[in-house]
Structure formats: structure tokens, C-alpha cells
Design a protein around this ligand. Structure first.
Ligand code: C2E
Ligand code: MG
Ligand code: MG
Length: 408
């Protein structure tokens, strides 16, 4: 969307005719509900079928925005979205929600409220099924009048969401005045959230902020199972992204609804199972540890380096992690510092052949590691240390849960 429009002189006039010629189409990308795994609704994404090519919005919306064509195009999108909702209701999907994107120019044009209310009436749509996706930047141009206009839109009974949240410049003062229902976490934060503690922190903070403000949170651009599982653990409500589905033509989207496709990789909560993650770059150490712990009844996961370890931590509920210190990539203490920030309830142990005292002391003083154990180890002692770690971890979790219950 930030790319400059291609300098194609005839493109603008062709785009002007695209509407009349019926060359514009809506694709639909399902959003999955992280609480129950079902399809929660979809976002309508515009495509221009120009001859044999399907032109993506990034290539013509900026041009349409510039020329003002985005106003009639946007009105067509809203009307078509309502027409689809009507058709889907007649197929028995009367509860499905559909979101459409609104451009700055369209929002500024002033007749958006009329366009929306006419489309709702024409197709007899319950307003709550239509959602408008707006961006912070378009509201922040003139926040006072944005608040007024949003209130009028909200009075129609439709839903409003803030798209690409976190990328524009927002003001928390105004955020609290905007009558919105949903924040959409931008895909740039989701992309690296499994491995980057700052990104994970931003996503966790947005989810926390949204919930405190009683807003719903949708994460965009979810491409992997690890991202999905981590978002679910952080309490995110819905996800959208290639991992679940690409944007689809209507027939394919309806087929997903017909099959009641659910989010892949949504595990049943593991319950009381105690899970231990072992991280070491030497396969021999991993298998020796596995053998030594065979009788202990843990579910044991292994990783060969910090990156793999972070991936497993995103995917699974893990109570205790034991890491080697010297590994290619992040060292053990660097890895556990990240784990502390990203998965604070997971108890962290170093098992190391050699110790660089400075990093050990720092890791301990930072609270990144709970125990620093040395190789070679004594089997019986190590088993006892690990049992102790699980007991300690269970106690902390119980305390945290109790605190949350008292002070939610
Ligand atoms: P957006 O509203 O933030 O839409 C999400 C974009 O991310 C879509 O790109 C979608 O195809 C893409 N996406 C979805 N899942 C993934 C994923 O897992 N990974 C990655 N890398 N991308 C993913 P698309 O369809 O090219 O649309 C781009 C932008 O164009 C939209 O961003 C929206 O701002 C704008 N747009 C689309 N349709 C309309 C429209 O009808 N009107 C207006 N004004 N703007 C539109
Ligand atoms: Mg959007
Ligand atoms: Mg977006």
C-alpha cells in the first residue's frame, strides 16, 4: 500500500471504466475464532480483473485514492458486500460477518453514512453483520470530526475496526474516544513475534490494551502454526492469514463455510500434562537426557538451538526448559532471557559444560535463570532438580492464577 502508483497513463481511465465494465471483484479472507476454532467471518478484499491479470489493490487503490475514483469504487464495495451478505443469509449463514476496507478519501467524502445505510436497507442486512475497517492515520487527520463521524456510523448499528493497528501514529486520548469494536494487530508485528521479544511484547500489549478497553482483537498476517498458537496463548480473539486461508473467490469461501472448516493446529488444552523442553546443539546430550528422564512421566520436547526452542515454546504449553549454554546462534543465557520476557511462566534452567561467569551472574541477577547446573551431571541429582522445578513452577502458576482471580 505504500508503493507509489505505477506511472501508467492509461491506467487511470481504464480504472474509471472498470466499474461499469464489471471488472471489479471481491475476494473473501476468512477470520478464525481462536476460542472455538470456527470461522468468525471474513474480510472483503478488492481485486481488478483486467484482461488476464488479477490486479491487486496495492497497485490501483493508491491511484484511485489520488484521482478520487476510490469514492464510487468504495460505494460499490459496500453495496456488493451487503449483496453477498444477503445471499449468504439465504444459504443459512445469517450470522456471518463481513468487513470492508474504507479509504481515507472515502471517509473524508462525508456521504459514507448514507452509502452504508442505503446498502443495508437495499439488501435488508442486519447492521451488526457489516464491519468497516478504518486506519488510525485517516482518523488522526482530524480526530475531532472523525469522532463525530464514527459516532454517526456507529449509530447505524454496524461494527467498526481499526486496521493495521500500531503502524500509524495514534493518540491514546483519541483511541479512547473512538467508538470502535475491534483492533486489528498489524501483520508487521505478527511476522516476527515468535522469535523477537520486542515484537511479542508489542502484540501482548496491544491485546492487553484492547481487552482493558473491552475491544475485540484480530491478528492479521498469521502464516504459521507457531504464530497462531502463541496468539491464542496471549488471549487474542481471532486470526486472519495465509495459515488459515488466502483470500478466496466467493465460491471457495462458501465451500469453507459449508464444510465448517476449523482452524488447524488448535490443540485441545493439554491440561495437567507436564511438558519439558530440552535445548542443546549436541544430539548425543539430548538423547542421554531423554533416556535419563524416561521414567519420570514428562512429555519431552527437544530443540537443537534457540530459534527452534522459541518455536516450540510458541506452539506448546511448556512448564520447564533446560538449555545448553554454548550453542550456535543465541547462547543459552540469551535464549532464556528471551524466554523470560516472552513466556514468563516457563521455568528456566541452564545445563552447561562450561561457564562464562560474567554471563551466568548477569542471567541470574536478571532473573532469567532459575538454576545453573553443570555437565557432566549426576542422574539422580538432576532428576530431583527437575522434579523440584516442576513443583516450583506449579506453585508460581497457582499464585499467578489466584492473583488474577482476585485482581482480574
Ligand atoms: P488490509 O486491509 O490490511 O488487508 C490485508 C492484506 O494482507 C490483504 O492484502 C491480504 O491479502 C494480505 N494478507 C492476508 N493474510 C496474509 C498473510 O498471512 N501474509 C501476508 N503477507 N499477507 C496477508 P491485499 O488483498 O493485497 O490488500 C492490501 C490492502 O489494500 C488492504 O490491506 C487494504 O488496505 C487495501 N484494500 C483491499 N481492498 C480494499 C477495498 O475494497 N477498499 C479500500 N479502500 N482498500 C482496500
Ligand atoms: Mg483490512
Ligand atoms: Mg491490515
Amino acid at each position: 500500500m505504500n508503493l507509489a502508483p505505477p506511472r501508467e497513463p492509461e491506467m487511470e481511465s481504464a480504472l474509471g471504466q472498470a466499474l461499469e465494465r464489471g471488472e471489479l471483484e471481491l475476494f473473501f479472507q476468512p477470520k478464525g475464532d481462536l476460542h472455538n476454532g470456527h470461522i468468525a467471518g471474513a474480510e472483503a478484499l478488492l481485486r481488478w480483473r483486467r484482461g488476464d491479470t488479477l490486479v491487486m489493490p496495492g497497485h490501483f487503490i493508491p491511484l484511485a485514492e489520488h484521482s478520487g475514483l476510490v469514492v464510487p469504487i468504495g460505494a460499490w464495495v459496500i453495496d456488493t458486500a451487503c449483496a453477498r451478505l444477503r445471499g449468504w443469509a439465504e444459504r443459512g449463514y445469517g450470522e456471518t460477518r463481513l468487513a470492508v476496507n474504507v479509504s481515507a478519501r472515502q471517509f473524508g467524502a462525508g456521504d459514507l453514512e448514507t452509502v452504508v445505510s442505503e446498502a443495508l436497507a437495499r439488501h435488508a442486512i442486519q447492521p451488526g453483520r457489516l464491519e468497516l475497517e478504518l486506519t488510525e492515520s485517516m482518523l488522526m487527520d482530524d480526530p475531532e470530526s472523525a469522532v463525530t463521524q464514527l459516532r454517526r456510523l456507529k449509530n447505524l448499528g454496524i461494527k467498526l475496526s481499526l486496521d493495521d493497528f500500531g503502524t500509524g501514529y495514534s493518540s491514546f486520548t483519541y483511541l479512547s474516544h473512538f467508538p470502535i469494536d475491534t483492533l486489528k494487530v498489524d501483520q508487521s508485528f505478527v511476522r516476527h513475534m515468535v522469535s523477537n521479544a520486542n515484537m511479542a511484547g508489542i502484540v501482548a500489549a496491544i491485546i492487553g490494551l484492547a481487552h482493558k478497553m473491552r475491544l475485540h482483537v484480530v491478528a492479521e498476517g498469521v502464516e504459521t502454526e507457531a504464530q497462531l498458537a502463541y496468539l491464542r496463548r496471549l488471549g487474542c480473539d481471532e486470526i486472519q492469514g495465509y495459515f488459515f486461508s488466502h483470500p478466496l473467490p466467493e465460491a471457495a469461501y462458501l465451500a469453507m463455510l459449508d464444510e465448517d472448516q476449523t482452524l488447524p493446529g488448535l490443540p485441545a488444552r493439554e491440561g495437567a500434562e507436564r511438558t519439558l523442553l530440552l535445548v542443546d546443539d549436541e544430539p548425543g546430550i539430548l538423547s542421554a537426557l531423554r533416556r535419563m528422564l524416561r521414567q519420570e512421566g514428562y512429555r519431552i520436547l527437544t530443540a537443537n538451538n534457540a530459534a527452534e526452542g522459541l518455536e516450540r515454546l510458541a506452539l506448546e504449553d511448556i512448564q520447564v526448559v533446560i538449555s545448553d549454554q554454548r550453542m550456535p546462534g543465541l547462547s543459552g543465557t540469551e535464549f532464556l532471557t528471551r524466554v523470560k520476557d516472552m513466556h514468563p511462566d516457563c521455568l528456566r534452567i541452564i545445563l552447561s559444560g562450561q561457564a562464562d561467569m560474567a554471563s551466568v551472574i548477569e542471567a541470574i541477577n536478571d532473573g532469567a535463570v532459575y538454576k545453573f547446573l553443570t555437565k557432566p551431571w549426576d542422574d539422580e541429582k538432576l532428576r530431583e532438580r527437575i522434579r523440584e522445578a516442576f513443583r516450583f513452577q506449579a506453585a508460581i502458576t497457582a499464585t499467578n492464577t489466584a492473583t488474577k482471580t482476585v485482581n482480574p
